[in-house]
Design a binder for this molecule. Sequence first.
Ligand code: BG6
Length: 502
Amino acid sequence: MNPFRADTPNDKTPEPATIVIFGASGDLTKRKLIPAIYNLLIGRHLSRVAIVGTSRTVMSDDDFRESSLDGINKYSRQRPVDERVWSTLSRSIHYHPGAFDDPAAFVRLRERLEVIEKQHHLPANRLFYLSTPPSAFAPIIRNLGAAGLVRPGENPFARVIVEKPFGTDLASAIDLNRDVHEVLKESQIFRIDHYLGKETVQNLLVFRFANGIFEPLWNNKYVDHVQITGAETLGVERRGAYFDHAGILRDMVQNHLFQVLCLAALEPPGSFKANAVRDEKLKVLEALRPIEPEQLEERVIRAQYLSGSVLGAQVPGYREEEGVGKESQTETFVALKLFIDNWRWGGVPFYLRSAKRMPKRVTEVAIHFKNVPHRLFAGADGGPNVLAIRIQPDEGITMSIGSKVPGQALEIAPVTMEFRYASSFGVEAPEAYERLLLDALAGDGTLFTRGDEVEASWRFITPIHQAWLSGKGKMHGYEAGSWGPDASTQLLGKDGRAWRRP
Ligand code: BG6
């Protein structure tokens, strides 16, 4: 039996529950999780909840409440703090110190949860959020199981959210999946990829499957190639030590960009149920043509940023960043030429690039359509039609088309049709973590990655990373604030194409 298949309900009304956050003294809890819960309460999306923070750090309930309020004050989407909502929330916030590798601490946690649930009249529904270093995932899940905290069954439910990264290569992802499945059913585990929580990423599916006019064009008959860009102006900030072990291929492409790729390329699922969507994503990942070590130079470009200027500020080179080795061979830029070997996409290149220290922050999918079969207007050309789905920032969709320039001459120029979320809807989109927490509480795994998907993406990524480790694949340099090395321009240039300047 495939352990990954298990259907989950698609009902967004969560039952009352307790959210237990492991790694509660960390940055993510303060910046994202507590503000997300607060915003869900403001929007009246949650029924009753209690929050129990836990980590090694010794602090009191009041200390944790204070740090939570600080997080809301600084990072909440909706501010200033609504006193009434905060006073309800603060009463349901608790803290319980304990070590991840101490089985006795989990027995004490269970006893504490029983007391808290009684106090708040809550059923024993529990959502465990693992916001810890990845090395703690397996021990925590094992200890949760041993303490009887995660029995199977939906009533009451016990679910576990795991932060990224889920493994660092194929072997570690398989090991982690095995450890997880020793204790949990696949339907109890929610692997986070916060890109799936972004409204605009979800809109990729709506755009494709709620409109009749695009899908007939969405294939190798009409599409020349696809470009997916995930560019950041930021460098490695204070995460140099982490990043130097990861690199952009594993930090961004294996998860976020591949999820975006899957949603852009998948076949229409039969329903919007978790496994129907995830089955189709898996097929895309499995259809990716592997990159053999001898093809590395022609299909993958890696590079590191050198010093330069980004958004008007002078910034150091990657190897001068804190926590980064002076001889580091970790890439901060990667561009790949991919093929999805199936009926729909046969022969259509998918060019992906992701990097730190680019001139602009932009995540987008751009579908470049084929040129007209016959040029009627000799010499005059509006350029190919490009449909660009902007995931962030300036969320929206643009379509470039050729149009006649007013005047007596037959001159054609590209113009754009534009849809912008901000002007069309005028409301702020919820944060990714709000959506993901709500879905996990409701038991809906559609926007979480399934174990087999994670393994499939590592199966593709790991050989590239290993080839780099063995010294294959030139490391290029690029000036911070540029769009990457010349080799990246040539990756498309030799195919007669060019990267978009978003
Ligand atoms: C994280 C990566 O998963 O995603 C970071 O570890 C990256 O390196 C971040 O900066 C990008 O997320 P977003 O939502 O800002 O595009």
